[in-house]
Design a protein around this ligand. Sequence first.
Ligand code: PBG
Length: 331
Amino acid sequence: MLRVAAEPEPAVRPRRLRRTRAVRDAVRETRVDPRDFIYPIFVRPGRGIREPIASMPGQARLTVDLLPAEAEAVTALGVAGLLLFGLPESKDPYGSGAYDEDGIVQRAVRALRAADRDLLIMADVCLCEYTSHGHCGVIRDGGVDNDATLPLLARAAVSLAAAGADVVAPSAMMDGQVAAIRAALSEAALAETAVMAYSAKYASAFYGPFREAAGSSPQFGDRRTYQMDPGNAREAEREIALDVSEGADLVMVKPALAYLDVLQRVRPHVPVPLAAYNVSGEYAMVKAAAREGWLEEERAVLEILTAIKRAGVDLILTYHAKEAAAWLAQR
Ligand code: PBG
């Protein structure tokens, strides 16, 4: 029999603060709150249609007439606001549906604003859902032409702001897009509209389900000449600093989970609210594993959202928003 010398009793016992639920709750450092969530919604043409998205179980493409009721359900759960994406009736090489005054998202914004003047409405600003080639800008000589794209993004932002969006969110990763949009908003007497820049948006495999949902896959090549290389973290600081200097009111890192280090790294240097986009592929992984019974969905989702918050984030764009808000309300 092995004899162990009597150890002195530990004076310091971290377990004392884990003993009961009440004490754990009292000392928790990071809390998730539905008021930090923004819920992305896909808008499609037609009437009375809620079309499920196969690769994103629980998510659907909605027609404009169904949006006010959906928004009411989302805000009743305490979720901060909505981010809108559109599927246009038709596409062309210049993505004109993105800046059509009567475009799908412009109509969606007007319908939502008419139904609720206090609703926080954010609108994505990009061309990829509207271009026949699926790239985020216009094509010239086989590549995406940065400077030819800027005025189109600016027009899209102005049309969405004019429709009543509180926040326009450029996600095209064109250099100078925030400055171009800010200038155009000022010129259109829409200087009060905020810009949330997708500042550090990585060329990620985790956008797969979104591209299926939005029909926005590039028809040739990929997005690596404009979205960031996953190996780069210092560059995220630079992109964010640039966007802040161009007048961004909020900045974002995207995706969230494989980039928690980037969020934590940039946080101390970001003087504006910091958002993270918990993207479609991150959502789909959890849904798929939960469907197989391989993990407990509620615990996994709340752990993920807590981790994003703990990295220093103010706002989380997440498809889990509604379910997570409902779970949090029951706790
Ligand atoms: C548009 C855009 C994309 C996403 C948000 N805005 C797709 C892309 O860059 O291919 C992805 C969101 C998600 O995956 O949930 N450029």
